[in-house]
Design a binder for this molecule. Structure first.
Ligand code: NAD
Length: 358
């Protein structure tokens, strides 16, 4: 067995259908008396519902979270937390709302409790992102790791089917790259494989019926596992491509992950056969197709986009994207250097056109 280092992240997870009923207990355990509840404008009703449950323990709500955590929004939310004398932030929503909670925690050290309603996985990571003057800065800080996470599938029933599928593929991407991470360990490998299995089973059932609580529970369980992998081990080419396409070309987060994943996995397949075997097993492919093709089919068969040109990418920008990826690469099992530029450009072309990898 290869050498490894395993660090356990100190967050508490409360999982179950109807688990929101434990909110008061969890706030009590954090020792909080005045929580600031965060959400996007679209999920304000859910933030209000959380505040109503907490009664006098809720200081107020800040329903203005948006994508990519602009520094101006972070400053406003931090100011609101100070004004209210908040001693805890509660984020109900997806990665954008959790990101705002992290921006508050980074400055103030306030504990965050997250109630995730997508499968993005940010609630299980110490990774933050803040956008200033059009540039998104990301980093790691143990202070931003949410202290408590309440996973309640009932709160995800309203997640639109399209976003459910792409968000699930976003989660799978964390686990897929975790399986070949440079700093992986046997526990994360188990979580990654089980996370992919759970999501690959749940997404087709959610496509059929979005209010299927069992399938929603299975997907959220998978999202927890995949998010944990993201929070524990390093990511590679796929995440670099998505950060470039999302950050520089402003493409939608979950959809970019969905389109790029099969192509990035195809690109790396030969370098990491063991990881591919585990992915194929998790996807239930039984030798019928490769992991890359299986991921492509999972997205396409459930109505998700598989081509960058269909999600706002311009063909004229592919060269620039390839240059950015090659000039400041993440570690990757198949080395990314100047000689790999042609292959990365081809990967982007295939992603642009939506070519099914073999
Ligand atoms: P999101 O948080 O931007 O949400 C997208 C939209 O869906 C929002 O309008 C939101 O209100 C709505 N929504 C969410 N849950 C809903 C529900 N159950 N019902 C109805 N509407 C719902 O999307 P996301 O994909 O979760 O997060 C993307 C962001 O998170 C990106 O900025 C990404 O960089 C970040 N992210 C960060 C990490 C990390 O570790 N730091 C990990 C993953 C993603």
């Amino acid at each position: 067995m290869k050498e490894f280092i395993y660090n356990r992240q100190p967050s508490r997870v409360v999982f179950g259908t109807g688990a929101l009923k434990h909110l008061e207990r969890e706030i009590e355990l954090l020792g909080a008396r005045r929580a600031l509840v965060l959400s996007t404008p679209e999920q304000q009703h859910q933030a209000q519902m959380v505040a109503d449950r907490l009664g006098s323990r809720a200081g107020g709500i800040f329903p203005r979270a948006v994508m990519h955590v602009p520094i101006e929004t972070a400053r406003e939310a931090r100011e609101e937390a100070r004004r209210l004398g908040a001693d805890c932030a509660i984020a109900i929503g997806g990665g954008s709302t959790t990101g705002l909670g992290k921006a508050i925690a980074m400055e103030s050290g306030l504990p965050i409790l997250v109630i995730p309603t997508t499968y993005a996985g940010s609630e299980m990571t110490p990774i933050y992102g803040i956008t200033e003057a059009g540039l998104k800065k990301t980093g790691k800080d143990p202070r931003v790791l949410p202290r408590t996470v309440i996973y309640d599938p009932e709160l995800t029933l309203g997640l639109p089917i399209g976003l459910s599928i792409t968000s699930g593929m976003n989660a799978i991407a964390h686990a897929a790259e975790g399986l070949y991470a440079q700093d992986s360990n046997p526990v994360m490998d188990l979580m990654a494989e089980e996370g992919i299995r759970a999501l690959a089973k749940a997404l087709p059932a959610i496509r059929v019926r979005g209010d299927n609580v069992d399938a929603r529970g299975e997907a959220l369980y998978g999202a927890w596992l995949c998010g944990s992998v993201l929070g524990n081990v390093g990511m590679a080419l796929h995440h670099k491509l998505c950060h470039t396409l999302g950050g520089t070309f402003n493409l939608p987060h979950a959809e970019v992950h969905t389109v790029v994943l099969p192509q990035a996995i195809h690109f790396n397949a030969r370098a990491v056969p063991d990881a591919m075997a585990r992915m194929e097993r998790a996807l239930g492919l039984m030798g019928r197709s490769s992991a890359a093709a299986g991921l492509f089919d999972l997205a396409r068969d459930n109505g998700a986009p598989v081509a960058l040109r269909n999600i706002g990418m311009k063909g004229a920008d592919l060269d620039r994207a390839a240059d950015i990826v090659v000039s400041s690469p993440y570690w990757n099992p198949r080395e990314i250097n100047a000689q790999a530029r042609g292959a990365v450009r081809q990967l982007l072309q295939d992603a642009f056109e939506g070519v099914r990898p073999q």
